[in-house]
Design a protein around this ligand. Structure first.
Ligand code: VGL
Ligand code: ZN
Length: 206
């Protein structure tokens, strides 16, 4: 029997939230540069009938993720606070699936694959159900949640394209961004600009 091997692509927008943008509690230098290209490509995915997912860091006030409780980070993206909202300039198409992660007080949950949709289903199950096998990924931060999400996607056998102009890094340690890009490259990730990707999607070549 010939199986239906139809490839379906989806866009994963990682953590484009106020606290990771300039002025936020854990601002990524130039973090808001991702807002315009991601809004643009999200519109293209939706127009092509393709799924858009947006992950968000969604922490409780007390978590081992925060410095005061033994973690690395100042408090950020506490669920329900303005800092945890998506950046106001981010245009998410109707039907965007929101994935929340980091809600457990004992885990960092850097990867969007550690998160769940509003109905409790995991990102992995959602992608399997919708037969998605190619993820386009952009967002914040290149060296933490983007890196972890992209590497998890590759471990699950998904094809991954990183939107090179639609990510920005925290760089707690100089070189983290480069290390992250190398790790993704070694894992077989493709690197494309948003415009190159939009051209492919518009031509139906995804
Ligand atoms: C992130 C640091 C702490 C991220 C989340 O979204 O990359 N980084 N929490
Ligand atoms: Zn966090």
């Amino acid at each position: 029997m010939v199986r239906n091997m139809k490839i379906s692509a989806a866009l994963l927008i990682v953590d484009v939230q106020n606290d990771f943008c300039p002025g936020g509690a854990l601002a990524v230098p130039d973090g808001d540069r991702v807002v315009e290209p991601l809004s643009r490509i999200a519109g293209c995915f939706a127009a092509a009938g393709l799924l858009v997912l947006a992950s968000r860091d969604w922490h409780p006030p007390e978590t081992k993720h925060f410095m005061a409780f033994g973690g690395l980070w100042p408090p950020h993206c506490v669920k329900g606070t303005p800092g945890a909202e998506f950046h106001p300039g981010l245009r998410l198409p109707v039907g965007t699936v929101v994935i929340s992660k980091g809600g457990a007080p004992d885990s960092d949950a850097y990867s969007a694959f550690d998160g769940q949709g509003t109905d409790g289903s995991s990102l992995g199950d959602t992608l399997t159900t919708l037969q998605v096998d190619h993820l386009y990924v952009g967002g914040l931060a290149t060296d933490y949640c983007v890196r972890a999400s992209v590497l998890d996607a590759r471990k699950r056998g998904l094809e991954v394209t990183l939107l090179t102009d639609a990510t920005a890094a925290v760089e707690v340690v100089a070189g983290d961004a480069e290390n992250a890009l190398n790790a993704m490259k070694n894992a077989g990730v493709s690197f494309r600009t948003t415009d190159e990707s939009i051209a492919l999607i518009t031509e139906g070549r995804v």
